[in-house]
Design a protein around this ligand. Structure first.
Ligand code: FE2
Length: 425
């Protein structure tokens, strides 16, 4: 036996357990495993979680904040304009350096699956070609899915259809879209239908930026849900952002949520970006401008949280940590109830893993599954979220791939005996 994690707290077990790992797989979970392995890790009653999935990020744009200028209005549109300027200067080395660093940040935080949208509105497709290389380099450590994403529109950008197709031919995994950003409603509908056609042609999944606006008349999610049902694509389609759902009336939201459920859409919410981008045209009261997560969850829809931006023209902060993003969402989505906080943990673990394509056989702390595990410096998910607790160890296929040493804080006023301060209770 290669490894035993002793005295681990895992969800679904009343008492702490030992987890045995051999040949990269979880081979036993029991209160006390007596076999002698090559390596023992004492978890000291701390939480061991399945790894995180970042189901929505833009690795081509990461770490470009301020280049060539900062987003003064804070709007999505100014972000797109700034990115269009920065995009002209992209090189292979530039994209590779930034994307590689961001993926390393995510891995250090326990992320082993990343879905990155890649802007295809560039005649050279520089970012697509580069991220395909990054994907290869991280194989076995971080599973990377690339979405062909038409940032400037399939019809509002010259040769948009051709670029989308080229990106899929080059090796993108998933077809994207951006119907709300097309010039007309009709073009937006065409955007959705083209994406569905292309996905069927390549037998690929879909993940569209859709209805990312405060405009309640932006209603392309219903088109995507209807196409999903008519074409039998259920389970293969993700709707990202859908912030206009915040602003529609309740009767329409009721209809739409039923349609989303029937279509089996996966929904992705991006709280960091949309908390700063939405409501920018409001005076007071200001809308939160977010999709209706609680209602979607209550209807049994799969909802995951994405990071979206890490230091780019749309969102200037971030360290590639899903727990930090979930912390933001607890506030922004008002999911602070006793049963809601564990639900938020699911939104960065099991729910996005499902949208990514993981199954019960490939994901989760279950005997026979790959030993992909994250040891946190916290005893519960609640405490991990409260303190955005360090990830002490990240284990992929039974191998330790990241290690974090928690910092130590000491109170030391003059005349006091030095006192180590612990933020755990
Ligand atoms: Fe996005």
């Amino acid at each position: 036996m290669d490894l035993i994690l002793r005295n681990a707290r895992i969800r679904g077990h009343d008492k702490n357990v030992d987890i045995a790992v051999n040949d990269g797989l979880i081979t036993k979970i029991a209160p006390k495993i007596t076999t002698r392995p090559r390596q023992v890790i004492d978890c000291a009653g701390k939480l061991v979680s399945p790894p995180f999935t970042d189901i929505h990020v833009h690795l081509d744009a990461v770490l470009t904040v301020g280049q060539p200028r900062f987003n003064q209005t804070g709007t999505l549109i100014e972000g797109i304009e700034i990115w269009a300027e920065r995009k002209k200067t992209l090189t292979f080395d530039d994209v590779k350096r930034r994307a590689t660093l961001a993926v390393k940040w995510e891995l250090a935080h326990g992320v082993t699956r990343i879905r990155s949208h890649v802007d295809v509105c560039d005649p050279d497709l520089t970012a697509v070609k580069t991220l395909l290389e990054v994907k290869k380099e991280f194989a076995g450590l971080v599973d990377l899915q690339l979405v062909a994403f038409p940032q400037d529109g399939i019809y509002a950008f010259p040769k948009g259809e051709r670029l989308m197709k080229q990106a899929m031919e080059l090796g993108c995994d998933i077809v994207g879209g951006i119907p709300h950003h097309e010039m007309t409603r009709d073009d937006g509908v065409a955007d959705v239908k083209f994406a569905c056609d292309l996905a069927q042609q390549f037998q690929a999944k879909l993940d569209l930026h859709i209805d990312e606006t405060d405009d309640p008349h932006s209603r392309f999610t219903e088109v995507l849900a209807a196409e999903t049902i008519k074409r039998g694509l259920s389970g293969r389609v993700t709707a990202s952002h859908t912030t206009s759902m915040h602003s529609v009336d309740n009767a329409y939201a009721f209809k739409l949520i039923r349609l989303i459920k029937r279509a089996g859409l996966h929904m992705v919410t991006n709280p960091c970006d949309n908390s700063v981008l939405q409501g920018r045209f409001d005076t007071y009261p200001k809308r939160r401008g977010h999709t209706r997560v609680k209602e979607l969850l209550a209807a049994g829809v799969n909802v995951g949280i994405g990071h979206d931006s890490i230091m780019d023209p749309w969102y200037p902060l971030g360290v590639g940590d899903p727990v930090q993003v979930a912390f933001v969402w607890i506030h922004y989505g008002q999911m602070s109830g006793a049963t809601e906080i564990p639900q938020v943990w699911d939104m960065i673990t099991t729910n996005p893993a499902r949208a990514f394509g993981a199954t019960d056989k490939t994901y989760g702390i279950i005997v026979g599954n790959p030993a992909d595990l994250v040891l946190l410096d916290a005893e519960t998910e609640f405490d991990a979220l409260r303190r955005i607790a360090p990830r002490l160890l990240v284990i992929r296929n039974g191998q330790i791939v990241a290690r974090t040493t928690p910092s130590e804080t000491v109170l030391c006023p003059k005349g006091w005996k030095k006192e180590a301060i612990d933020f755990r209770i």
